[in-house]
Design a protein around this ligand. Structure first.
Ligand code: SF4
Length: 290
């Protein structure tokens, strides 16, 4: 798998590890769409990194034959920041669930969006904590009964798509794990995007939210109108907080310098300034008497 002539197929990216997800879990659809998108783009496994936090969906890097790391809760994007800044030439994809990304990882999400970090972040959103046995998550709709909200969830839910647009992501899309074709296209576009690309995938947890989730979502699913302008922020916002419908597609996409571009510019300016400051020079800026 190391010659320039090698053709990568979806199966190229499979590892020997068999997914331990429950039969029917939506995360299978996301994994397969990711294999297909990687193959369509002919991504070299040795130049690709898949990172995650903790949760059912965060097991995904173990099933992908690229570099990868299943890290700690909510920290997929912190790892992605380090990898991308140190090795900008790599394709970096962060993945995880809504509990991981919107609760403990919410802070990192916000800052990855505003920095326009040049990575793709795929959120497998099942509106619940699956691995820890079905508690209410930040994306659980108000009023839904879960293992931790017997009388119904008293909290308003966060819409990750709305949050991404509001905090500065330059590519924001919504997909459904039951629509593999569209999801593969969306993931490919997200990886091709220069800047922070966020894909919120509705990925049913059949164990804690019930098998009816597929049917419910399929019934609500609609495509973006053909005349939708993805550079129009206000227009994209109209497809957030949806209740009766679920709109899939690329809702928002604009081109701006990425975090890596800005860092490269700073590095260039610093190098053009001449000799590097010594440690003493730097300490003096904090303590002039040094
Ligand atoms: Fe998927 Fe839910 Fe099972 Fe976790 S508990 S593997 S999210 S179906």
């Amino acid at each position: 798998m190391s010659t320039a002539e090698t053709t990568f197929k979806p199966g190229t990216y499979k590892t020997d590890l068999k997914p331990v997800w429950c039969p029917g879990c939506g995360d299978f659809g996301v994994l397969n769409a990711l294999y297909r998108a990687f193959a369509k783009m002919q991504l070299e496994p040795w130049n690709t990194v898949v990172l995650s936090g903790i949760g059912c969906s965060s097991r995904l890097p173990g099933y992908v034959a690229t570099y990868g790391f299943n890290s700690v809760h909510g920290r997929a994007l912190t790892l992605a920041t380090g990898v991308k800044v140190a090795r900008p030439e790599l394709t970096v994809v962060a993945v995880g669930g809504d509990g991981d990304g919107m609760a403990i990882g919410g802070n990192h999400f916000m800052h990855a969006c505003r920095r326009n970090l040049d990575v793709t972040y795929i959120l497998m959103d099942n509106e619940i904590y699956g691995l820890t046995k079905g508690q209410t998550a930040p994306t659980t709709p108000t009023g839904d009964k879960t293992k931790s909200s017997y009388w119904g969830n008293p909290e308003p839910a966060v819409d990750p798509v709305e949050l991404a647009i509001a905090t500065g992501a330059t590519f924001v899309a919504r997909g459904f794990s039951g629509d593999m074709k569209t999801l593969t296209e969306i993931i490919q576009r997200a990886i091709e995007h220069h800047g922070f690309a966020f894909v919120n995938v509705l990925s049913p947890c059949v164990t804690w939210r019930g098998e009816s989730q597929y049917g419910i979502l399929k019934e609500k699913l609609q495509k973006l109108p053909e005349d939708h302008d993805p550079t129009d922020r206000a227009a994209a916002m109209r497809y957030t907080r949806e209740k009766d419908v679920v709109t899939e597609g690329v809702l928002y996409e604009v081109q701006e310098p990425s975090f890596v571009d800005r860092l490269a510019h700073i590095r260039m300016m610093a190098q053009a300034e001449g000799p590097k400051p010594t440690t003493r020079d730097i300490l003096k800026t904090f303590m002039p008497s040094f």
